[in-house]
Design a protein around this ligand. Structure first.
Ligand code: PEP
Length: 278
């Protein structure tokens, strides 16, 4: 998930004693490129798509993830088992088990081989009335099971125009991470997804995306301190394409992307290989 580095500068002073002037341990966050298939792909279509993409996205330089509809999880896991590609779910419930018809528990996902799960996507907030309280319950439950949540946050166009983007996202982050201990928070992934950029073809500028991702890292620092803030991965999502991926992903606080529409096309391979395309 991370690459660790170590820098040590030793200065020999004039009186002959050796002083260590600077020691720096640094962590390079590995990029994560995650596809969000949404409600697309029957199981047979899913197997076909994965087999088309697999040879082109099995990339050692970045973490690659397919977040797929529940019914596609097992067939997709079977198709990627000899690769480094991970499989994620698009949703989960916050109870352990019981009379919750239609829901999937974290334990079920873990047992199936799922590593990540998207939580708080704006489409779930909008169409399924998921509020910050539900999202916090889901986050708490999935980290208990060592699943990695991809927590989505982001403002509407109206909020951006009203100048309240950062206040709104700070609230989303604070509410989502309520009572999540730092040793769990450090492994979480956050996706900044401006609602006005999702599925619209309107991508945030690299400056807008970097500004908000950097602010999110600051909000995490305010809750958990620098160690967690420096290690937590923050993705950008919203009309990511082969044309804009590399400009976005080279930003200092953008650790990859959550990709909707383009994750269903051969273009996903170009996004995953954004470094080679340069
Ligand atoms: C998404 O669904 O999370 C998303 C960012 O979609 P798109 O890439 O299609 O805008």
């Amino acid at each position: 998930m991370w690459k660790y580095g170590f820098k040590c500068v030793i200065i020999l002073t004039t009186n002959g004693t050796t002083n260590i002037l600077e020691i720096e341990v640094y962590i390079m966050r590995r990029k994560l490129i995650a596809g969000n298939w949404k409600m697309n792909m029957t199981p047979s279509q899913a197997v076909k798509l994965v087999n088309e993409l697999k040879p082109h996205v099995d990339n050692k330089d970045v973490d690659v993830l397919f977040c797929v509809p529940a019914i596609d999880i097992i067939p997709v896991i079977n198709e990627v088992k000899d690769t480094d590609i991970e499989v994620g779910a698009e949703n989960v419930f916050y109870e352990e088990k019981g009379a919750y018809t239609g829901e999937l528990s974290p334990e079920m996902l873990v047992d199936a081989g799922v590593k990540y799960v998207i939580i708080g996507h704006s489409e779930r907030r909008q169409y399924f009335n998921e509020d910050d309280d539900i999202i916090n319950k889901k986050l708490k439950k999935v980290v208990e099971h060592d699943l990695i949540p991809i927590l989505c946050c982001g403002e509407t166009l109206e909020q951006r125009e009203d100048g309240v983007t950062l206040d709104f996202i700070r609230k989303q982050i604070n509410n989502a991470f309520k009572n999540i201990p730092s040793e769990k928070a450090i492994n979480c992934v956050i996706a900044y997804e401006p609602i006005w950029a999702i599925g619209t073809g309107k991508v945030a500028t690299t400056e807008q995306a970097q500004e908000v991702c950097c602010a999110i890292r600051g909000f995490i620092k305010d809750i958990y301190g620098s160690l967690v803030a420096d290690q937590i991965r923050i993705l950008y999502g919203g009309s990511v394409s082969a044309a804009n991926a590399s400009a976005l992903f080279v930003q200092p606080d953008i650790d990859g992307g959550l990709v909707g529409g383009a994750s269903l096309k051969p273009e996903f391979a170009q996004i995953v290989n954004y470094l080679k395309e340069e």
